[in-house]
Design a protein around this ligand. Sequence first.
Ligand code: SF4
Length: 322
Amino acid sequence: MKVKREFFRNLKELPTEELLAPGSPMCAGCGGLITLRLVLKVLGPNVVVVNAAGCLTMLAAYPYSPLRASWLYTTMGSAPAGAQGVRDALDVLIARGRLPASEDLRVVVLAGDGSTLDIGLSSMSGAIHRGLDFHYICYDNEAFGNTGFQGSSSSPFGSRTATSPAGTTQHKKDLFALWLAHRPPYAATVSAADPVDLAEKVRRSMQFRGPKLFVGLATCPPGWGIDPAQGHHVGKLALDTGIWPLKEAVHGEVRHTYVPDHLKPVEDYLQTQARFHHLFSPQRHDDILATIQNEVIGYWNEVRHREFPQTLLGELSRADLR
Ligand code: SF4
């Protein structure tokens, strides 16, 4: 079940102009890079990207950058503070008549999950709390990808990282919920595996002033142990197993933009990636697999009750997985 779209109904309607040139040194099949490409297509060229140190800072080797947008590099912990400075400078220049309002830029923070949920958490929280007018793009590859795939607080339960070789025992922080606690005008989860949904949300967010979140699942071939050519397939499985829900919140009101009619078993997703292979071999860890599956089923049952109370959608159970 998909919600009705206002701006983009299919792939053919997405903007064709490319604002991110090919040929950067990013890994082949990087989901974060595809997410950025799609976001920029919709936001257009009048953008300044404030990039927290991380995988995507490899995009620019001074003085060259593949971005049509202006670009500012910051430390991992200070991108939202940098964005505040850029926004303030633009506002002052416009107020003093030194920059025509027609040449104003959209301020976009680009950060990975380690920067977002660990090192830069307080800076991000402060910027949202101040009502900074910016887009925040978190490419979530669920670890510190740029430095060797150490665990972050976004690493999912049971996943193998460089700092959790037997599997992560903590559960992933909920960035979407964390943002909602700050009452922003707009927040969304997205996936490059559903580019039309992503573009629709970016376009919708452009009508709001204030902090706007986009957190995108970033398939990561070297960190996840997948073939770069399988990135889209793995990203789609994250949607169809329900592990990565697509949703948005406008002024705090949450709705899911894709509700799978039938969930696939989470094992279909986990088995595609080397970071979960230890859950299946040399012996199965049924307790961990059941925990992951039951969390997903519990999540979607709660969504069905809250968002579709009048429909015939019944309670999901493990017997419904296929
Ligand atoms: S390590 Fe992962 S997130 Fe980083 S550039 Fe490579 S594919 Fe992208």
